[in-house]
Design a protein around this ligand. Structure first.
Ligand code: AMP
Ligand code: MG
Length: 349
């Protein structure tokens, strides 16, 4: 299959092109599209064959449910059993935006889309191209991240084609994404909402609307055999090919420790890499040293993290060290993804 790539500028959306993309979805095909979080791999959420194709194109286990993307609040009722009051409040505050909510599904949503579950994950993205595309596609687009399973989520169209060219009908290239990490997931099917995956919308932001919100206790820790409630969180996503170690502690000691380990690993024949920040990166003696941005604004780190992990793979780095990031605000989402990438391998100094 030849994959067509079209460029669509969010500021000057060409509706004609998105109509063609929408037609592909309606005909049961797959289209990757930009959102404010990462690129999504879209198919018709109400068509079981489309969902099957998504799993196949990604090489993703079919028990890992997809997120249904909508573009209008009035479309929600058709795919869910009921809309709890708390969900209405969160939608009012954060939709369109990087928040996914879990509901009891209606009969309209096939089990192929929900990985066999009776619940469905729904999000309304804020990216203008995504919203127009979803509308042209019929209003319900199932989309996981547009990467091959096991690779970091794509933050630009080039990474989508790297992973999926020849496997899907079209890629909508909207340039680089704004946030760079997947949406926050909140389960609304319980009395008290529970955060299943941290993201740009933080616990504090959710609590400013709802009062208290709980966190799934497997979210930031090693699983120790406990099943996380977002099935996808059990897979070791985002794993680079090289061994990744996170080093946490006071800045001077972290740089000294990492440099010592780098020298040692280089002698053993490793190609070494470092993920640092603007202020520390020049101090490292790794073969490939990359700054994830500024510690003063962890949003920059969120945006760069997946690109950096992909580049280490491309450059065949075999041993990587990363500084640790603050777990406040979006820093929690950054650490959640980094800990997964490292297989929870962290050294405390
Ligand atoms: P991705 O779109 O690639 O970020 O993956 C979707 C994520 O949403 C996975 O981690 C899924 O486990 C999670 N998810 C989707 N639907 C549900 C659901 N019904 N219940 C819990 N988690 C879900
Ligand atoms: Mg994903």
């Amino acid at each position: 299959m030849e994959t067509r790539v079209i460029q669509v500028d969010e500021q000057h959306i060409q509706t004609g092109l998105l109509r063609q993309a929408g037609e592909i979805i309606k005909a049961g095909g797959l289209v990757a599209f930009p959102t404010e979080t990462v690129y999504g791999l879209g198919g018709d959420a109400l068509n079981p064959d489309s969902s099957r194709k998504i799993y196949e194109a990604k090489g993703r286990p079919s028990d890992n449910p997809l997120i249904v993307h909508i573009c209008r609040m009035e479309d929600l009722a058709y795919i869910v059993e009921e809309i709890p009051e708390a969900a209405l409040k969160l939608a009012e505050a954060f939709w369109p935006g990087p928040l996914t909510m879990i509901f009891h599904k209606s009969a309209a949503v096939p089990h192929e889309t929900t990985g066999g579950l009776d619940t469905v994950a729904v999000r309304m993205p804020s990216h203008k191209t995504a919203l127009s595309f979803i509308r042209e596609a019929g209003g319900y687009v199932a989309a996981p991240s547009a990467n091959r399973s096991g690779r970091p989520s794509p933050t630009c169209a080039k990474y989508v084609t790297e992973d999926l060219a020849g496997r899907i009908e079209m890629v909508i290239d909207g340039g680089g994404v704004e946030i760079g990490l997947e949406s926050t997931i909140v389960d609304m099917t319980e009395e008290d909402p529970v955060i299943l995956r941290p993201g740009y919308i933080t616990k504090e932001m959710l609590e400013s609307v709802l009062g208290s919100v709980r966190e799934d206790r497997t979210m930031m820790s090693d699983l120790n055999g406990q099943a996380p409630r977002a099935p996808g969180m059990k897979y070791r996503h985002y794993a680079p090919k090289g061994i990744l170690t996170i080093v946490d502690g006071e800045e001077e000691r972290v740089t000294a420790y990492i440099n010592e380990r780098l020298d040692c690993l280089k002698r053993e024949g490793h190609k070494t890499g470092v993920i640092g920040t603007d202020t520390t990166i020049a101090r490292y003696r790794g073969d490939v040293c990359k700054s994830a941005g500024s510690r003063d604004d962890e949003r920059t780190v969120a945006r760069e993290l997946y690109r950096i992990l992909r580049e280490f793979d491309d450059e065949e780095v075999t041993a990587i060290f990363s500084e640790s990031f603050d777990t406040a605000g979006i820093g929690q989402a950054v650490m959640n993804r980094l800990l997964k990438a490292a297989g929870h391998h962290i050294v405390y100094l």
